[in-house]
Structure formats: structure tokens, C-alpha cells
Write a protein that binds this ligand. Structure first.
Ligand SMILES: Nc1nc2c(c(=O)[nH]1)N[C@@H](CN(C=O)c1ccc(C(=O)N[C@@H](CCC(=O)O)C(=O)O)cc1)CN2
Length: 303
């Protein structure tokens, strides 16, 4: 029997999405406009196809104007850039998301930097990265997975995070670095650990909050976790599941869940933890982007 509280990402994501639907309805009543989201998929990666479909469905369920652009895997970089430019100019579109990863022949940086910062609902443009890094979170668009992780932390702890020791494992631009910036803005004492960190288990043992975003199945062991710590597992790794037969697979996180749940105070499962928050926070960012572009005052922060 595990001791930790299970952080129900599915339920919290559903509550965020329902709040966004209500806010979108208010925006429509006030301005006659719907938030518009364009999602662009280049290629046929099966997981990306599912994520893009789910983003479209979530946008429709929130009452948004939702468009999807699908380009073949061999589409040229120029065609993708032209599509982004067209969406930048489209007044009915307030948020543009280009699903990652892109086919190898396309320069991801070039594409992401062409998206207008005010429509960059992924929060990957250097303008948004810089705003977050300089403490101007209220004017930035914040990357969805770290934003969702922060919502889970705040709703779980229900007390200010100030002064807590937070260890973020992983230094990616999409999760690790923005997560560290968000925790720093909450006045946590933040350590970013990575593949070259010395004595990672000991570093993690100092953490009141652990965010694992390293992409290595079950790397973080239960013995690394400080008793009572809150563990946010961002990893989504598909691994073989021989118990279910040959060729069967299952999803696991970056944390050895059963072990960690014996020690932690609260922990996110995989699946059903951080993952669903990513799409919920995309809806939140699209609404924020729409309000700003329409010149309407912001709603209270979700987190
Ligand atoms: N442009 C972007 N590309 C990618 C992002 C992103 O934020 N922006 N993130 C990931 C993929 N992703 C959304 O795009 C995403 C990943 C996982 C989930 C999710 O809900 N996962 C479920 C499990 C799903 C399954 O069964 O396979 C969970 O964890 O419960 C949502 C969105 C990379 N690309």
C-alpha cells in the first residue's frame, strides 16, 4: 500500500478546461469573438497525430475556433514557414502551435522563431522565454507542461512554495529550464540537475519538490526521495510489458512509481498526471493570447 497522495492530473486538467470554457463564453459575450487556435502537424508520427487530434477536440470543447493544418512528412521548410506567416497574419487565429518533433530536414528553431510571440501559445519563442526568465511571467506565454506542473504543485500543496527546496532533473528548453524559472518565481530554492550532476541521488534527497523531466524510464528511485516530498513526474516513456504478453507495452514515468509512492507525500502517476495538464494549459494560453490581442483585461491567474 502506497503512502503518498496521488495527484490526479486528469481531474485537475478537467477542472482547468471547464474554467477555460466558462472564460471563453464570457469573452464571446463581451466581444463577439472566440479564441482561435491553429495546430500544425508536419509528418505522420502516430503519437503526434493523437496529441494534435486531442488538442483540436479540447479547443472545440472549450468553445474555441479551432483549425488543424496537416503537412506531409516531406513538406519543405519553406512551405511550413509560409504557413506560419499566413497564420501570423490571420486575425481569427490567436494561438499557433507547431507540433514537435518536426521532420529532421526542417530547422525547428527557424520555425518556432517565426511564430509571433503574442501567438506563441507553446511559449517557446525567445521573447516569451526571456519574459519568463526575467520574472515577467504575467506578460509571457509560459510553456504548457511546466505551467501544468506548477498548477498541480499549487493545488496539491495549497500553501506558498516560497523557501522550499526544488530539484528539477532535466535541462530541456521545453520543460526543465522553464520549470526552474517558474519555481524560482515562486521563491523556491531551485537546483537544476542533469546528466553531468555529481551524486544525483543525494541532490534529489535534499528536495521538498522533485520534478523529473529527464526522459529515462524509472530512473529516479524511491531511495532518492525525501520522506514527504512532492514528486512531479513529467516523463512519458513507452517500455515493454512482458507480463501482458509478447510485444505488449506500457507507459512509465522517469520515477520508479511504486517505490517513490512509499516515501513521497504526494506523487503524479504516469499516465494521468502531468500529461493531461499539457493540453489544458494550451487552452489557458490560447485564451490568454486571445484576450491580449483583443485588448481585453486579463482574467485572474489560474496559478
Ligand atoms: N509543440 C509541442 N510539441 C510537443 C509538446 C508540446 O507541449 N508542444 N509536448 C509533447 C507532446 N504532448 C503535447 O503536444 C503531449 C504529451 C502527452 C500528453 C498526455 O496527455 N499523455 C497521457 C498519456 C498518453 C498516452 O496514452 O500515450 C498521460 O500522460 O496521461 C499530452 C500531450 C511533445 N511535443
Amino acid at each position: 500500500m502506497s503512502k503518498a497522495n496521488l495527484i490526479d492530473g486528469k481531474a485537475i486538467a478537467a477542472s482547468v478546461r471547464s474554467e477555460i470554457s466558462a472564460r471563453a463564453a464570457r469573452l464571446l459575450a463581451e466581444t463577439g469573438k472566440r479564441p482561435g487556435l491553429a495546430v500544425v502537424l508536419a509528418g505522420e508520427d502516430p503519437a503526434s497525430q493523437v496529441y494534435v487530434r486531442n488538442k483540436g477536440l479540447a479547443a472545440e470543447a472549450c468553445g474555441f475556433h479551432s483549425v488543424k493544418h496537416t503537412l506531409p512528412a516531406d513538406t519543405s521548410e519553406a512551405s511550413l514557414l509560409a504557413l506560419v506567416e499566413q497564420l501570423n497574419e490571420d486575425d481569427t487565429i490567436h494561438g499557433i502551435l507547431v507540433q514537435l518533433p518536426l521532420p529532421g530536414h526542417i530547422d525547428e528553431t527557424k520555425v518556432l522563431r517565426l511564430i509571433r510571440p503574442e501567438k506563441d501559445v507553446d511559449g517557446f519563442h525567445p521573447v516569451n522565454v526571456g519574459l519568463l526568465a526575467t520574472g515577467a511571467r504575467d506578460t509571457a506565454l509560459v510553456p504548457c507542461t511546466p505551467a501544468g506542473s506548477l498548477v498541480l504543485l499549487k493545488r496539491t500543496l495549497q500553501t506558498p512554495l516560497a523557501g522550499l527546496n526544488a530539484v528539477v532533473i532535466g535541462r530541456s528548453n521545453i520543460v526543465g529550464k522553464p520549470m526552474a524559472a517558474l519555481l524560482l518565481a515562486e521563491s523556491c530554492t531551485v537546483t537544476i540537475a542533469h546528466s553531468r550532476t555529481k551524486d544525483l541521488p543525494e541532490v534529489v534527497r535534499s528536495a521538498d519538490i522533485v520534478v523529473a523531466a529527464v526522459g529515462r524510464p524509472e530512473m529516479v528511485r524511491g531511495s532518492w526521495i525525501k520522506p514527504g516530498a512532492t514528486v512531479i513526474d513529467v516523463g512519458i516513456n513507452r517500455v515493454p510489458n512482458p507480463a501482458k504478453g509478447e510485444g505488449a507495452t506500457k507507459l512509465v514515468g522517469d520515477v520508479a512509481f511504486a517505490e517513490a509512492a512509499e516515501v513521497a507525500g504526494a506523487i503524479t502517476p504516469v499516465p494521468g498526471g502531468v500529461g493531461p495538464m499539457t493540453i489544458a494549459m494550451l487552452m489557458a494560453n490560447t485564451l490568454t493570447a486571445a484576450r491580449r490581442q483583443l485588448g481585453v483585461a486579463p482574467e485572474p491567474e489560474l496559478f
